[in-house]
Design a protein around this ligand. Structure first.
Ligand SMILES: Nc1nc2c(ncn2[C@@H]2O[C@H](COP(=O)(O)OP(=O)(O)OP(=O)(O)O)[C@@H](O)[C@H]2O)c(=O)[nH]1
Ligand SMILES: [Zn+2]
Length: 359
């Protein structure tokens, strides 16, 4: 990969205008370089994200510095947390302490599904629950469309399997507070604890600010993003899309379509989704939320340009994004996030902190 004066690597952290780029070749003199972004990229508005594959020019191995000259096309892109090329979400929920809350689990599952990345559900602290309890939940989750991996950092159950699952690609860890994410990450990357303690509290603090994302190298291969950025399960999906994020609803829609193309699966006639499945109730609750969010969004932008208004039976009004404009709307929202994040990142680190990072 080292073609004279350029190398290709992965951005593992973004700190103000600096990028930590990691190289996987064993023949590199060292694993990482602290890089700036060529002004040409700045001019064309090319953003550099954690997870980006980049070409670095003029690597100065002795000084540990370089300059990013090119960002390769992204396979995937998340805005919250801002990570490029992520492959999967590792959703961690605790089997006991705190106990498994079906409603909260459902929210996180829907949120994870909405990223369209692959999803791995881990139920942690399984040392605290009986096999019988596990079997019951396993059956229940199967009906939801999921097969969980039971893990425990105490008994080590599932840890080896999990390591294999994560050995390739980029994984984003998500899940509510207290379920054992930190314990799990320390188990997967034993060096990390050491490293966090060594860097004068800097990374430690970084890990707990909502904007900071960092990719850690797993000893068995693969990269892991530990970020609290994903942990507020605000759904942020349109009412029309919501059903797609329930495997049970997807399955029903695949075997038989609803009479109306824009069916929201509430009280429409000949709906294939409405019915006797456990999480239908969750669907209805999330739908009300999604409709409320949609209305909120509509109020804050020019309704003419983005939505067409419709009147449903019983006079309920709701808004539907015009199809051809939806794409544009998405882009522009992403753009907004992007600008905001760049601005906040710049504000987050002052000059003195920058010097710390460079040291
Ligand atoms: N019994 C049992 N306890 C565990 C296990 N894993 C973690 N814990 C305990 O659960 C508590 C929370 O663990 P953390 O790793 O801090 O959880 P977290 O998800 O990182 O929490 P936040 O930092 O708040 O997001 C700690 O007291 C751990 O010792 C496990 O497998 N079994
Ligand atoms: Zn329907």
């Amino acid at each position: 990969m080292d073609r004279g004066r350029e190398v290709v690597g992965t951005v593992v952290a973004v700190q103000a205008n600096f990028y930590r780029v990691r190289f996987h070749n064993s023949d590199m003199p060292q694993g990482e370089l602290l890089c700036t972004r060529r002004s040409r990229l700045k001019k064309i508005g090319q953003r550099v994200m954690v997870g980006d594959r980049v070409r670095v020019e003029d690597p100065d191995w002795a000084g540990g510095r370089g300059a990013i000259a090119e960002v390769y096309p992204r396979r995937t892109e998340l805005s919250r947390p801002p990570v490029a090329n992520a492959d999967r979400i590792l959703l961690v929920f605790s089997a006991g302490q705190p106990s498994l809350d079906p409603h909260q689990l459902s929210r996180f599952l829907v949120k994870a599904e909405s990223t369209e990345l692959s999803l791995l559900l881990c139920l942690s602290k399984c040392d605290l629950v009986s096999t019988q309890w596990q079997e019951q939940w396993e059956q229940r989750l199967e009906e939801w469309g999921y097969s969980p991996l039971w893990i425990s950092t105490v008994s080590q159950e599932g840890i080896a399997t999990l390591k294999q699952e994560l050995a390739e690609g980029v994984t984003i860890v998500a899940g509510p507070s207290g379920v054992g994410k930190s314990s799990l990450i320390n188990e997967l990357i034993p060096q990390l604890r050491l490293r966090v303690a060594n860097v004068s509290g800097k990374l430690q603090r970084g890990r707990h600010t909502t904007r900071h994302v960092e990719l850690f190298q797993l000893p068995t291969g693969g990269l892991l993003a530990d970020t609290p950025g994903f942990n507020q399960p605000d759904l942020d999906t349109s009412p029309e899309e919501l059903a797609r994020y329930f495997p049970e609803a997807r399955q029903r829609m695949e075997s038989e379509s609803c009479q109306f193309k824009d069916c929201l699966h509430t009280d429409e006639p000949h709906c294939s989704v409405r019915g006797e499945w456990e999480r239908y109730e969750h669907y209805q609750i999330f739908l009300q939320e999604a409709i409320a969010q949609q209305e909120q969004r509509d109020r804050t932008r020019d309704p003419e340009s983005v939505v067409k208004r419709k009147t449903k039976r019983k006079g309920d009004r709701y808004c539907e994004p015009k199809l051809e404009l939806k794409k544009y709307r998405r882009l522009s929202r992403r753009k907004q996030h992007q600008l905001l994040e760049e601005q906040e990142l710049d504000e987050l680190y002052d000059e003195r902190e920058l010097e710390d990072i460079v040291d």
